[in-house]
Design a binder for this molecule. Structure first.
Ligand code: PLP
Length: 383
C-alpha cells in the first residue's frame, strides 16, 4: 500500500486560532511565563473544573514533579500507583527518593484496583496516585475514603482526563492535587504542556513558589511583597506565553474537540460490538458514573490473536495502530526503584493484549470505516 495513504494513529489538531494568539502574545511584549494568556488559561481551568488554583506547567511530568515536592516526599516514602501507566507517574516521585508501590488494575477500566490498595499500605505510605486511564475515572470515592482513613494524600494523574468527569466532578479536581497534560498526543494540546490543579488551598502558595524557582516572585508581581527571595526548593516549571497562547486557542474549543472525539469513539464502539460477540476482542468499559472524553479507543484482543502479527498486517494495509504500556514494574528502572504488590496479572494481560486505534479530530468517516473493516478482516484471519 502507498505510504501516504496510511491512516495515521494520531494527528495533532489545530483550531486555526493558534497563530493569531501567538502573534498577539508577541505584540504584548511579554514572552516569559504568567502573562495574559497564562492567566486566561488558569481562569478557564479553574472555572471548568472547580479546582482552587490552576497553574500551567511545561508538561504533566512537571506538574507531577511539583506534586512530589508539595507533598514533601522523602527518601523511602512509598506512593501507591498502577504499574500500567506512563513513566512520569512513577519517575516524579523517584526523583525525590520515593518508592512507587505498584498495585494491579481493574479488569473493566484498567484503572488502579481500589480493592487492592489497602493491602499495599505500610507505615511509609504517603500518597495514592490514581491514573485515569483513557480519560475514564478511577473509583475516586473509595480511593478518597481509603486515603482519609489512613492519612494519605491523593494526587490524580489526570494527564488523559481533561474534560472528563466522575459523578459530575472534573477529573483532576477531586484529589488533593491533579495533573493535566497538553502534550500533542492528548485531546487539548500545546505541543508540550501541562497544568497542576491545586484543590487543597493549603498548597496554593507553596505551589506558586515551587513553580517559580523556589521564590515568591508571583506574590511580588501581585504587589503582595516588596521584593522576592528564595523561599524553598523549587524549579522552573512554567511555560512561556507562546505556549500558553497556543493552548488558549485549544481551550476555547475544548468542548467541540471533545464532542467530535466522542462521535468517533461511539462509531468504533458500535462497529466492534459484533467482533466482541464473536470473542475476537473486548471493547472498553465505561462505568455509568464516568463521563469520559474519548481520549483513546482501544480494544483488548483475544489471547488467540497474535498482536504483533496483527499490528504488522494492519500497517501493511495502511492502518497505524499502537500498543502500550510496557508495565513499569518489569522495566529496568522499575525493577531498580519500585516495588510491586503481587504479580499484577491484569496489568500483564492488558499490556500484552491492548491495541490502540487511530482517533483524532478530522479522521473522516470513510477512513474510520476502513479502519474497522481492515481490523475485522485481519482478526478473522488471525483467530
Ligand atoms: C501523557 C501522560 C503523562 C505525561 O504527560 P507529559 O505532558 O508528556 O509530561 C503522564 N501520565 C500519563 C498517564 C500520561 O498519559
Amino acid at each position: 500500500m502507498n505510504k501516504d495513504k496510511t491512516i495515521q494513529f494520531n494527528r495533532p489538531y489545530m483550531t486555526g486560532k493558534e497563530l493569531h494568539y501567538i502573534s498577539e502574545a508577541n505584540l504584548s511584549n511579554k514572552l516569559a511565563g504568567d502573562g495574559i494568556f497564562t492567566k486566561r488559561c488558569h481562569q478557564w481551568i479553574e472555572q471548568q473544573t472547580g479546582c482552587a488554583k490552576a497553574l500551567l506547567t511545561h508538561s504533566c511530568t512537571a506538574a507531577l514533579e511539583m506534586a512530589a515536592l508539595l507533598l514533601d516526599i522523602q527518601p523511602g516514602d512509598e506512593v501507591i500507583m498502577p504499574s500500567y501507566t506512563f513513566v512520569s507517574t512513577a519517575n516524579a516521585f523517584v526523583l525525590r527518593g520515593g518508592v512507587p508501590v505498584f498495585v494491579d488494575i481493574r479488569e473493566d477500566t484498567l484503572n488502579l484496583d481500589e480493592r487492592l490498595i489497602e493491602a499495599a499500605i505500610t507505615p511509609r505510605t504517603k500518597a495514592i496516585v490514581p491514573v485515569h486511564y483513557a480519560g475514564v475515572a478511577c473509583e475516586m470515592d473509595t480511593i478518597l475514603d481509603i486515603a482519609r482513613r489512613h492519612g494519605l494524600k491523593v494526587v490524580e494523574d489526570a494527564a488523559q482526563g481533561v474534560m472528563s468527569r466522575y459523578k459530575g466532578r472534573s477529573l483532576g479536581s477531586i484529589g488533593d492535587l491533579g495533573a493535566y497534560s497538553f502534550h500533542e498526543t492528548k485531546n487539548v494540546i500545546s505541543g508540550e504542556g501541562g497544568a497542576l490543579l491545586v484543590n487543597d488551598e493549603e498548597y496554593a502558595l507553596r505551589a506558586e513558589i515551587i513553580r517559580e524557582k523556589g521564590t515568591d516572585r508571583s506574590r511580588f508581581f501581585r504587589g503582595e511583597v516588596d521584593k522576592y527571595t528564595w523561599q524553598e526548593v523549587g524549579s522552573s516549571f512554567l511555560p512561556g506565553e507562546i505556549v500558553a497562547s497556543f493552548l488558549w486557542a485549544q481551550l476555547e474549543e475544548a468542548e467541540r474537540i471533545t464532542r467530535e472525539r466522542l462521535d468517533i469513539w461511539g462509531r468504533y464502539h458500535d462497529a466492534f460490538a459484533s467482533l466482541e460477540s464473536d470473542g475476537l476482542l473486548r471493547r472498553p468499559i465505561v462505568p455509568a458514573e464516568c463521563d469520559h472524553n474519548a481520549h483513546m479507543y482501544y480494544v483488548l484482543l483475544s489471547p488467540s490473536v497474535d498482536r504483533q502479527h496483527a499490528i504488522t498486517e494492519l500497517k501493511q494495509r495502511g492502518i497505524a495502530t499502537v500498543f502500550h504500556y510496557v508495565p513499569l514494574h518489569s522495566s529496568p528502572a522499575g525493577l531498580r526503584y519500585c516495588r510491586a504488590e503481587g504479580d499484577l496479572p491484569v496489568t500483564c494481560a492488558a499490556s500484552e493484549r491492548l491495541l490502540r486505534l487511530p482517533l483524532w479530530v478530522g479522521l473522516a468517516q470513510d477512513e474510520q470505516a476502513q479502519v474497522v473493516e481492515t481490523i475485522a478482516s485481519v482478526l478473522a484471519r488471525a483467530a
